[in-house]
Write a protein that binds this ligand. Structure first.
Ligand SMILES: [Fe+2]
Length: 195
């Protein structure tokens, strides 16, 4: 694990020429996350759609290392709400992340345990710095085409998916008459995360 690693990352597919892990997330893994629960259940009975994929280059999960890879969010909607990643805080809250958008059109939805939130544009060539403490979720707002992002974060960050699974994000992104529209999440509830 102590030798330099190099790989190719080219369009239009942007699948790393070498990777260690390929993670797929399907509709069934997003239970309770989409606002329109009825449509979610209805879609699930028909097909467990592929929502997003992650290609990871494996490194030791310790401080000093940088974990990196590519995430691909496919286009689609559950009701009016666009396909998106689960989203997470880092288990070690004081760790940041860098996102570099390679392809597609989307938004990153962010929030802190203290109640701040932000929504940032993702389009090819845009770099987004996610500061420590900010939970993050990527949303593909295009009618067609994948949203593809390269990411890098500290090796010891870890993932806290549970907080978001329980309380959701404060803001949701829906298709409002053809335009990506940010709305309050009526089901959002603070679960007393005070770290
Ligand atoms: Fe992250």
């Amino acid at each position: 694990m102590d030798k330099p690693i190099a790989f190719e990352l080219h369009g239009p597919e942007f699948i790393p020429s070498q990777y260690d892990k390929h993670i797929v997330r399907r509709l069934s893994s997003m239970d309770g996350q989409y606002l329109d629960l009825e449509t979610y259940q209805e879609m699930l009975t028909k097909d467990d759609l592929l929502l997003y994929e992650v290609y990871e280059i494996e490194r030791p999960e310790v401080a000093g290392e940088l974990l990196h890879g590519v995430s691909i969010v496919h286009p689609g909607k559950v009701g009016q709400e666009y396909f998106m990643t689960k989203g997470h805080f880092h288990a070690v809250l004081d760790t940041a992340e860098v996102y570099y958008c390679l392809k597609g059109q989307g938004l990153m939805v962010l929030e802190t345990p203290e109640g701040e939130w932000a929504v940032e544009d993702l389009s090819p060539g845009r770099v987004l710095y996610v500061p420590p403490r900010w939970a993050h979720r990527s949303v593909n707002t295009a009618n067609q085409g994948d949203l593809i992002i390269f990411f890098i974060y500290p090796g010891h960050s870890g993932h806290d998916y549970g907080t978001i699974e329980q309380q959701g994000f404060r803001k949701l992104v829906i298709d409002g008459a053809g335009q990506p529209t940010v709305i309050d999440n009526p089901r959002w509830k603070a679960s007393g995360v005070n770290r």
